[in-house]
Ligand binder design. Structure first.
Ligand SMILES: Cc1ncc(C[n+]2csc(CCOP(=O)(O)OP(=O)(O)O)c2C)c(N)n1
Length: 376
């Protein structure tokens, strides 16, 4: 095991002083240490991994130093474009140290959404021409690998990746953890949504605990799961999946259950909802100001006004709900959509939260059958 402070110290001793990325549960201890050790000028949690690469490129242009970009391997997809058309040796030739958490590593059990990404993590880097090493859990070897990575970045001036396996980093408990206020938990808010929304509504829920909680709520209520499309991977895209459905199933209310981190990750999608104006669309953003599902690292969700953003982008109505009553009133409100309900929920989740027992394909088949019947 490697202590996060030892690893980060190795990077600092080679001149790295700027860190950016999107958090991940596998990198939780590393992210926690970086959050404690650096102020907001030296550490920025980016909206998505492509943005993180671009931020790091900007930092390099301004300082000439080598920044570090961390991400879950799911984020490789978001990062491909700026890696290939910005930082690559055939374009601007920018040295960046990528630290990539390897979810779904072959042979290590993980959730279905990580399996494919885990299989192609290394080959994707090979295809992109980004050299990499799987970081060793032995300190001296780790230091040698870091030296090799910096030697490459200095001589070639291009990105280099270190792959982080599950359990590599030793424990580190965040000292500067910030509470996020809210009268409801995310799960309580989801229960109210399930109870006070039209019986025949169609739901698309976001990546992480929200989907797991929705699944358990259906189990507890003895309801079937067919109403819910659980977006287990593809963080940030639930709102557009829901839009695609809403535009074709005009007689049914379509409810997107989003997270603040996910909504911010691809915020541009809200402009498309606001301008296509599906009247049957309800966008519920469960704002806990955090990437709660992967360790509670802060987002800027509570520093911006997402309900007002929705209005500015063309939604017909948008409210903030802080209490159960405000949420119920907002759910019962009539009027054409698209409507946004930003629910201010507190951080945290139930420790014994389970995971969906059906496979993604089973979920899809039941869901498609349910919505196919919608127009009959
Ligand atoms: C592209 C991508 N980057 C990172 C992740 C890891 N990840 C899964 S859930 C999550 C946090 C989601 O935050 P938010 O939408 O605010 O919902 P919350 O967990 O707070 O309910 C992250 C970062 C991912 N799945 N995909």
């Amino acid at each position: 095991m490697i202590a996060p402070e030892l690893f980060v110290g190795e990077l600092q001793s080679r001149g790295t002083g700027f860190f950016t990325g999107v958090p991940d549960s596998l990198l939780k201890n590393l992210c926690a240490y970086i959050t404690d050790a650096f102020d907001e000028k030296h550490h920025i949690i980016a909206a998505n991994e492509g943005n993180a690469v671009a931020l790091a490129v900007g930092h390099h242009l301004a300082t000439g130093t080598i920044p570090m970009v961390y991400m879950q391997n799911s984020g490789e997809g978001n990062a491909v474009n700026p890696l290939l058309s910005l930082a690559d040796g055939d374009v601007y030739r920018i040295p960046l140290l990528l630290c990539i958490g390897w979810r779904g590593e072959p042979g290590v059990h993980d959730e279905p959404q990580h399996v494919k990404q885990g299989k192609v993590t290394l080959s994707l880097l090979e295809t992109m021409g980004v050299p990499f090493q799987i970081l060793s859990s032995e300190s001296d070897e780790m230091k040698t690998q870091v030296e090799k990575a910096y030697a490459h970045m200095r001589s070639e001036g291009t990105p280099y990746a270190l792959i982080i396996q599950k359990g590599l980093f030793g424990d580190y408990a965040l000292k500067n953890a910030q509470d996020v206020e809210g009268t409801m938990s995310r799960e309580e808010a989801l229960e109210l949504v399930a109870k006070h929304t039209a019986q025949d509504a169609i739901y698309v829920s976001t990546t992480g605990m929200a989907s797991r909680e929705l699944y358990e709520i259906r189990e507890r209520n003895g309801e079937s799961h067919q109403k819910d499309f659980l977006t287990v991977g593809s963080m940030g895209h639930a709102s557009q999946i829901a839009l695609g459905i809403a535009l074709s199933k005009k007689t049914r209310q379509v409810v997107c259950l989003d997270g603040d981190g996910a909504a911010l990750m691809h915020l541009g999608g809200m402009a498309i909802i606001g301008t296509t104006k599906p009247e049957n669309y309800v966008h519920i953003i469960l704002n806990n100001g955090a990437h709660d599902s992967v360790g509670g690292q802060p987002t800027v969700g509570r520093d911006v006004d997402l309900a007002s953003v929705a209005l500015c982008l063309g939604y017909k109505a948008s409210v903030k709900a802080n209490t159960q009553k405000q949420l119920i009133d907002a759910l019962k409100a009539d009027g054409p959509g698209p409507r946004c309900i930003e629910v201010l929920v507190r951080k945290g989740n139930r420790k014994d939260l389970g995971r969906p027992k059906s496979t993604p394909v089973e979920n899809k088949q039941a869901f498609m059958q349910y919505i196919a019947e919608a127009n009959k």
